[in-house]
Design a protein around this ligand. Structure first.
Ligand code: AMP
Length: 134
C-alpha cells in the first residue's frame, strides 16, 4: 500500500526501532509509547486489520506477540502485559495496517484499560446470544 506508514517501515523507507523480524512479521517500538517497551507487531504484507488477515498469518503474529510479552517481562522487568488490537476506526484504530500492541505493565503504573459495563445492557444477554448464533 503506497501511503501506508507501516508498509513504508517494512520497506525501510521510514525508520523504526526494530526489535525483531522474520519473513512474515516485524516488531518495532511504538514511537509514542504508553509504557516502557511498548511494541508493535505487524505483518510485512498489508492487511487492514484482523478481519482481512489470513488465519495462518494471524497465528504467527499472536505467537510472536506472546514471545515479545515474555521478553519484556524478562528483560524490562514488566510485571504484566496487555496485548491489544484495534480493528476499525470506531475501535480506535488509527493506522490501518494490522498491528498488535504489546504494552508492558508495571506495578502501580496508573494505566487502566477498562471496558466499563453498562447496566442497561445486562438484561439483553439472552436476546443478543440468539441474534449472534442465528
Ligand atoms: P492504533 O490506534 O491501534 O492504530 O495504533 C497505532 C499506533 O501506531 C499508535 O500507538 C502510534 O503511536 C503508532 N505509530 C504511528 N506511527 C508510528 C511509527 N512511525 N513508528 C512507530 N509507531 C508508530
Amino acid at each position: 500500500m503506497k501511503d501506508c506508514i507501516f508498509c513504508k517501515i517494512v520497506k525501510g523507507e521510514i525508520p523504526s526501532v526494530e526489535i525483531f523480524q522474520d519473513k512474515v512479521a516485524k516488531v518495532f517500538l511504538n514511537i509514542n509509547p504508553a509504557s516502557k517497551g511498548h511494541l508493535l507487531i505487524i505483518p510485512k504484507e498489508h492487511f487492514e486489520n484482523i478481519l482481512d488477515c489470513p488465519d495462518e498469518i494471524l497465528s504467527h503474529l499472536i505467537k510472536i506477540s506472546k514471545k515479545m510479552a515474555q521478553l519484556v517481562k524478562e528483560k524490562l522487568g514488566a510485571d504484566a502485559v496487555n496485548i491489544a488490537n484495534n480493528s476499525g476506526k470506531e475501535a480506535g484504530q488509527e493506522v490501518f495496517h494490522l498491528h498488535f500492541h504489546v504494552v508492558p505493565r508495571y506495578k502501580d503504573d496508573g494505566m487502566k484499560l477498562d471496558f466499563i459495563g453498562k447496566k442497561d445492557l445486562k438484561d439483553d444477554l439472552e436476546e443478543i446470544r440468539k441474534i449472534i448464533i442465528s
